[in-house]
Design a protein around this ligand. Structure first.
Ligand code: PLP
Length: 398
């Protein structure tokens, strides 16, 4: 008899975005002529930059010719792309060998799959509020979760776990709070991980939004972290690859658990896992990814990141002018806004929708500590941001 994984019962109803849709639809049914401004979602809106389009087209052309057609590639990713990434890190003063880089179809699947190489009884620390995949993937695998509260009083970066954690998921700059971790904060976690023989899984999907030097773009900027950390990356938010799909995971050679045999054990285990369960990222996506790391690609994508950060700044300035408490949005595309007058996340969501027709994302949907906050996102067209912000300015009754 087939039976489902009973851990499914531990997942909460995934209702955040469907509930938002439902409330917006209800509102539109009552106000069919209303114009809605969506400042809540984390989906990119700017077109792929020219240099990358050139790369994508080049590969498509090659695939259409017998002499240049290629099928399956290396499951770990094209060596040329891994070498380009290694060089990119070297320019940042970090030594990452191509053998430590595993190209993926995006960060989300790796965030979920990485747990599979660790023991089922691992205790996994995650932040609250949290990007939901860390929570749900580990719950499904039957692992025990330890929630680390990320609150205003700790700058939305959690304190060290009080009970012993084996795996620790960290995300900086953070989705949903927009907070970036300082080197000293990451240092504490690296020291904890080394002392407790824990492994940090560091999600750096928003690293390119970091503008201020005191915030590391990679966990490997912290000395000793190669002994305790895996880093997950993505081109989704830094180059608009949300639809194309490309990311990578770094598993340092020499990273090992106490019970593992020999050097490079976790790298070997991840290679073993990926070689049977993943057939490699799309070759078209990889050629596009390679173009991101060309000189022109870097220049053009940096410009796009600046555009989104200007969006974030527009939202931040206006909300602050209204005396709302706004966090993030400086080194991240997300703003974390305290609901005024003690409103709950959903109450403020409804108020914004009804009075201003602006959609945000209720913080409560990311965890208990997200209650009382909402997330604004800079991923929208400038016009939409301007109109949304204008509507808040004119119509929000505080
Ligand atoms: N990590 C974080 C923190 C994210 O917010 C997202 C997407 O929103 C991802 C990973 C997923 O990235 P990808 O599109 O590469 O799967």
């Amino acid at each position: 008899m087939a039976k489902i994984n009973s851990n499914f019962k531990n997942l909460s109803k995934n209702y955040l975005f469907s509930e938002i849709d439902k409330r917006v639809k209800l509102y539109l049914a009552a106000h069919p002529r209303a114009k809605i401004f969506n400042l809540g979602v984390g989906n990119t809106t700017e077109p792929i930059v020219h240099a990358v389009i050139k790369g994508l087209k080049r590969k498509v052309g090659e695939l259409g010719r017998r002499e240049t057609y290629t099928g399956y590639g290396n499951f770990q990713g094209d060596m040329i792309l891994r070498e380009a990434l290694s060089k990119w890190y070297r320019k940042r003063g970090l030594k990452i060998s191509p053998s430590e880089i595993f190209i993926s179809d995006g960060a989300k699947s790796d965030c979920a799959n990485i747990s599979s190489i660790f023991a089922p009884d691992s205790r996994v620390a995650i932040c609250d509020p949290v990007y939901p995949v860390y929570r749900d993937a580990n719950l499904l695998a039957g692992k025990k979760l330890i929630y680390l509260a990320a609150k205003e009083e700790n700058g939305f970066f959690p304190s060290l776990p009080e009970e012993k954690a084996d795996l620790i998921f960290l995300c900086s700059p953070n989705n949903p709070t927009g907070a970036a971790a300082k080197a000293s904060q990451l240092r504490e976690f690296v020291d904890y991980a080394i002392k407790n023989k824990a492994i940090i899984i560091f999600d750096a999907a928003y690293s390119e939004y970091i503008q201020e030097k005191e915030f590391p773009k990679s966990i490997y900027q912290i000395e000793g972290s190669r002994k305790c950390a895996i880093e997950i990356q993505s081109l989704s938010k830094s180059a608009g690859f949300t639809g194309i799909r490309l990311g990578w995971t770094i598993v340092p050679n020499g990273l090992r658990t106490e019970d593992a045999l020999g050097e490079g054990e976790i790298n070997r285990l991840w290679r073993r896992r990926q070689s049977t369960m993943f057939n490699g990222a799309s070759n078209i996506a990889q050629e596009g990814g390679l173009a991101v790391f060309s000189e022109a690609g870097q220049k053009e994508t940096q410009k796009q990141i600046k555009y989104y950060l200007e969006n974030a700044n527009l939202i931040k300035e206006e909300l602050e002018r209204l005396k709302l408490k706004v966090f993030g949005g400086v080194n991240a595309p997300y703003l974390w806004v305290k609901c005024p007058g003690g409103l709950s996340s959903w109450e403020f969501f409804d108020k914004l929708l009804k009075e201003t027709q602006v959609i945000c994302t209720p913080g409560a949907g990311f965890g208990i500590c997200g209650e009382g906050y909402v997330r604004f996102s800079a991923f929208a067209k400038r016009e939409e941001i301007k109109k949304g912000v204008e509507s808040i300015k004119k119509n929000l009754y505080l």
